[in-house]
Write a protein that binds this ligand. Structure first.
Ligand code: AMP
Length: 283
């Protein structure tokens, strides 16, 4: 496995390569990332994993400085998952003029759900992913379903700006109690980690109700809220929206599939999770 730290070297390799699959990450790799890398490796061609904690997508009061980092361990994990190349540029390589850089703004899709409390986050994500697409030149890029809004934002950017990149959505990998794997789970105590399993249990309870025929949006959301609050968790949001554009849906769910998404703070961690209702794609 090759480790590349400069844009010039990555571009040279790109010119020599037939087909590239890209897995953008912020490192501190876990089983979710491993699944993305394995899915990319399965496509054939060159599998490139980028590891870059992107300052542009963190708000001023967020965890950029304390975000967990462990490149040595990540290299072992990436290799064993099937990566051919790890692209791990320094911040000064990606943003030589600092963070006051050209930014990609997508509008309303970035301001709903997580965007309400993280107003600059998705513009930062879109900007770094656009840069990575230009630098790495992938035919396919792999993103996790856990970050449903991110997938929607990237798909919209690819469509609006005509990137010739196929965006592949990979199902969420979970810990034994259902908690979605996340680098930020590191912030949880054992007790909080156990309690955090309630988030997915609540989503699956709503999934069951939906499967039994419940189509009232409020009833489905209530079912989630009741379970989450019974575990002494106050969610930041629990919402149902169209899965692709994140548009509001009616009081009665007549379109499918729809996205049921939530965010909650537990201890020092802000956690997100979601399921798709009304599709066989749902996990
Ligand atoms: P991050 O390093 O957290 O920015 O995540 C990098 C990529 O891994 C993103 O596309 C995430 O959606 C994806 N990812 C993170 N957690 C999971 C998970 N539990 N299952 C599947 N993909 C994930």
């Amino acid at each position: 496995m090759r480790i590349i730290e400069t844009i010039a070297e990555m571009r040279k390799l790109r010119r020599e390569s037939r087909r590239i699959s890209l897995v953008p990450t912020m490192g501190f790799l876990h089983q979710g990332h491993q699944r993305l890398i394995a899915a990319a490796a399965n496509r054939g061609g060159l599998t490139v994993v980028s590891i870059f904690v992107n300052p542009l997508q963190f708000g001023p009061d967020e965890d950029y400085d304390r975000y967990p980092r462990d490149l040595a361990r990540d290299l072992v994990t990436a290799r064993s998952a099937g990566a051919d190349v790890v692209f791990a540029p320094a911040v000064s390589e990606m943003y030589p003029a600092g963070v006051s850089t050209t930014r990609i703004e997508l509008g309303p899709i970035t301001q709903v759900l997580c965007g309400r409390t993280r107003p600059i986050h998705f513009s930062g994500v879109a900007t770094v992913v656009a840069k990575l697409f230009h630098i790495v030149g992938p035919s396919f890029a792999f993103f996790g379903a856990k970050d449903a809004q991110q997938v929607a934002v990237i798909r919209r950017m690819v469509r609006d700006l005509n990137f010739d990149v196929g965006v592949v959505r990979v199902p969420t990998v979970r810990e034994a109690n259902g908690l979605a794997c996340s680098s930020r789970n590191r912030y949880l105590t054992d007790e909080e980690r156990e309690r955090a399993g309630t988030l997915f249990r609540a989503l699956t309870a709503a999934e069951r109700l939906y499967a039994e025929g419940e189509r009232r949006q409020a009833a489905l959301i209530d079912a989630v809220l009741t379970m989450v609050e019974s575990a002494a968790i106050t969610p930041e949001y629990v919402e149902i929206r169209s899965w692709d554009c994140l548009d509001p849906v009616g009081a009665t769910l007549d379109e499918r599939p729809v996205l049921l998404a939530l965010a909650a703070r537990i201890g020092r961690a802000r956690l997100i999770d979601n399921v798709l209702l009304g599709t066989d794609l749902a996990e």
